[in-house]
Design a protein around this ligand. Sequence first.
Ligand SMILES: Nc1nc2c(ncn2[C@@H]2O[C@H](COP(=O)(O)OP(=O)(O)O)[C@@H](O)[C@H]2O)c(=O)[nH]1
Ligand SMILES: [Mg+2]
Length: 325
Amino acid sequence: MRRRGPVTNSEGLVEQALGGNLRALSRLATRLENDPDSTEAIVSKLFPRTGRAHVVGVTGAPGVGKSSVLDGLAREITSRGKSIAVVAVDPSSPRTGGATLGDRIRMSESALDPNVYVRSLASRDRHDGLAPAVADLAMLFDAAGYDYVAIETVGAGQDQLEVADLVHTTVLVQIPGTGDSVQLLKAGAMEIADIYVVNKSDLPGARRVSRDLRSTLSLVMQDEGVWDTPIVLTSRPEGTGFGKLLDAIDRHYSFLEDRGMLADRRARIARSELRRAVERRIRLNDSVNASLVEELVRGIADRAVTPDEAAQRLLERAVQDVERR
Ligand SMILES: Nc1nc2c(ncn2[C@@H]2O[C@H](COP(=O)(O)OP(=O)(O)O)[C@@H](O)[C@H]2O)c(=O)[nH]1
Ligand SMILES: [Mg+2]
């Protein structure tokens, strides 16, 4: 289907969305998710308005209760008069299935609670990390003025490390009865977690998980004056721990600010923004220059060009295209 004047359209939508129109916000989110060609125009409008939200990543294995924790957190945030938008990447957080987030989605769409907005990304089979739209959506909700923007992602190796590049604070959710913290250490997860949540603390063994984390952390982090990674016990059915979790999240942001470390995190986020924009250009040209890509792929397979020569030619074409625009 052909769109007429997509740029003007997006501009109008951005105006409306940033003015508080939830329908426009939702349409813009859909566009960011499904129409990569319009991303640049949208982002250029959003970008000057971003940089205010506290962006929080929530990661952990499927079923540990990331969505439930976010639901509890959202209630705590709204009770303090603040707002949160959630980008849910976890494919186990569908709109169906009666998950608590399903209710949140309906709530935000019917604008019953304007302080909570949940957006689930259609799950795609991506084995190469997070969809680029995740970061763009986080930008959208930041620009729209939400106090907190949370990204919920499956804690499956790569995406867990990637989400840490998009956020100020990474929350890693664990539960009683699964592996010990040595596995986390091996997976590199201990380096990215700013806060641990032991969810399902109504089940037996939560204290043991918490002690295990604490002792492993004390081995890893021996420096004085570094962030003392909090371990927060939560329980969705009992509704406990979410106040403490929000306190810990806020405390982490203040810590970054006070220690002059917020600038480092911002630089880390900026680096991933730059990388995405570069990739966007190449991808854009993938569709424009599909035949060149095919030719290069064949060339590499036939050993006629090296991968680096092919990459160089693709980049040269990308630069020409940018100059022509
Ligand atoms: N007992 C108990 N079950 C929980 C708790 N939090 C979540 N669950 C359940 O765990 C399952 C997975 O929760 P969900 O939030 O969808 O996990 P996610 O896949 O990590 O987002 C659901 O059946 C929840 O009802 C909790 O604190 N205690
Ligand atoms: Mg979920």
